[in-house]
Ligand binder design. Structure first.
Ligand SMILES: [Zn+2]
Length: 462
């Protein structure tokens, strides 16, 4: 039945499936001898992992993941309910403000960087087999571009070289169709030979990654749904997360990036990255007015407790996102994110005075606006006119009196010594929040003075 066979192949083609044995048109449509099962787009991507650890390959083959170009509606919903959107690819050329350096230039710049780095001034981290390893020789990463190692790949993370200034990489304008990026920062270079791979992990902010030169990577990404976050929490401090929980995660996506594609990973994305062709990758962090909603579930699931600096980064980006939401017509989302994270905010704010004071400046500024009186608190109390008073009493810290207090029920303990020492790392009050389009908001010094006057003098760090 040639016509049936023709229909079958047309429908398979429309689903994006490649029939490898029948690539010849006449054989494709007229032969009735072909019995080979078609290769799916996901299998095509997994086929690029030849030579990778067989155990990893077996796990990946057992996962339920979708390619980016045909994401089922229910998978899209898992992403949009738990974070800003799903991962998006953009033409890399739209992210460079000038022609990026060649691979040769990058290798030479990396050699220079390694030669001038000592233990005291080192800004990058050397990884071996996916873990930080201070004993690994960082030059091995360059050698492995020539001769990759399946058993002990060495990669460098956090390289900052003069050939890649911060303003060379920008979020593409097309990203604004999905989210508006602000406060782009944390620009860094990665050197990853073939066989480098990261285990499943979550970054502290939204991010943009752009491979350079020949570098090709395979990405596995999962949304930060409550179910997925609960699985991740069970793996805190453990290795081989991908093998242990990969097949239990929902909403999985798989895609490849070359130097032609930049990828936007939404905040909270659980992801693992495998390097199929070695090379350099550029990355930057940012936040958006829509990112705040993801931090409450992250924190409630205990994900932010992986380590102290990660937790600090999460709360710093969360606060920025709340501020951006309040200033950019996402007030309901920002207020809800804050109230949803109430318990975690109270606990974290008690130990980080700088962060707590920054938060008070932002909320004081917002609650003084007249239109705030039309908002009702998502906690079910504090309706209309009562909202500002209710919000201050229940969801913020008291600023008057001899001792600050959170809400009605919780006392603020004195900031821990190690946290105090870290305070300069929280965003300063003069911080400028800048969008890709150049919109700015500067937190005014007058606001700082106003708040400082109300604080007990001996706690002032500024
Ligand atoms: Zn409330």
């Amino acid at each position: 039945m040639p016509s049936l066979y023709l229909n079958l192949h047309i429908s398979l083609d429309e689903a994006g499936i490649v029939h490898t044995e029948c690539s010849n048109l006449s054989a494709r449509y007229l032969s009735n001898r072909c019995t080979q099962r078609p290769v799916t787009p996901v299998e095509n991507l997994l086929n690029t992992l030849v030579g990778f650890d067989k155990g990893t390959l077996k796990v990946l083959q057992g996962m339920r993941v979708s390619p980016l170009r045909s994401i089922p509606k229910k998978v899209q919903d898992l992403w949009t309910e738990s974070t800003t959107t799903w991962p998006r690819l953009f033409p890399a050329e739209k992210c460079w403000t000038k022609t990026p350096p060649s691979s040769v230039d990058l290798v030479l710049a990396t050699l220079n960087k390694l030669a001038e780095s000592s233990n005291e001034n080192k800004t990058f981290t050397t990884y071996r087999r996916g873990e930080p390893d201070s004993k690994a020789d960082p030059r091995t990463a360059i050698a492995q571009l020539y001769e990759p190692s399946t058993s002990a790949p060495v990669s460098l993370i956090g390289l900052n070289i003069p050939e890649l200034p911060d303003d060379l990489l920008k979020c593409p304008e097309a990203l604004s169709k999905h989210v508006e990026p602000y406060d782009e920062s944390g620009h860094q270079l990665f050197l990853t030979p073939r066989f480098s791979q990261t285990d499943l992990h979550i970054d502290s902010a939204d991010g943009l990654s752009v491979p350079l030169g020949q570098c090709t990577k395979l990405w596995l990404a999962f949304p930060p749904t409550p179910k997925n976050l609960a699985h991740m929490y069970t793996q805190q401090g453990r290795k081989a997360k991908l093998s242990c929980i990969g097949s239990s995660l929902e909403g999985g996506l798989i895609f490849q990036t070359t130097a032609k594609e930049a990828v936007y990973l939404p905040v909270g994305t659980i992801h693992a990255v495998l390097t199929t062709t070695g090379g350099f990758l550029n990355a930057l962090d940012f936040t958006t007015p829509e990112s705040s909603k993801t931090y409450a579930p992250l924190s409630a699931a205990g994900i932010d407790r992986a380590d102290e600096s990660f937790r600090r980064d999460c709360f710093r980006h969360f606060l920025k996102s709340v501020e951006l939401g309040l200033d950019n017509q996402r007030e309901s989302m920002a207020v809800k994110a804050w109230v949803d994270a109430d318990e975690q905010i109270k606990e974290y704010g008690a130990g980080d005075g700088g962060w707590r004071r920054s938060a008070m400046v932002i909320w004081d500024d917002y609650l003084e606006r007249r239109k705030v009186r039309s908002i009702s608190c998502p906690c079910g109390r504090g309706l209309g006119e009562l909202f500002p008073t209710h919000f201050r009493a229940e969801h913020l810290w008291k600023t008057g009196g001899k001792r600050s207090g959170i809400g009605r029920s919780m006392k603020v303990s004195a900031p821990r010594k190690h946290t105090e020492a870290l305070e300069p790392k929280v965003p300063p009050f003069g911080m400028v929040l800048r969008s890709r389009a150049g919109k700015e908001k500067r937190r005014l010094q007058e606001d700082v003075v106003g708040i400082d006057r109300q604080r007990p003098a001996k706690k002032s760090k500024r």
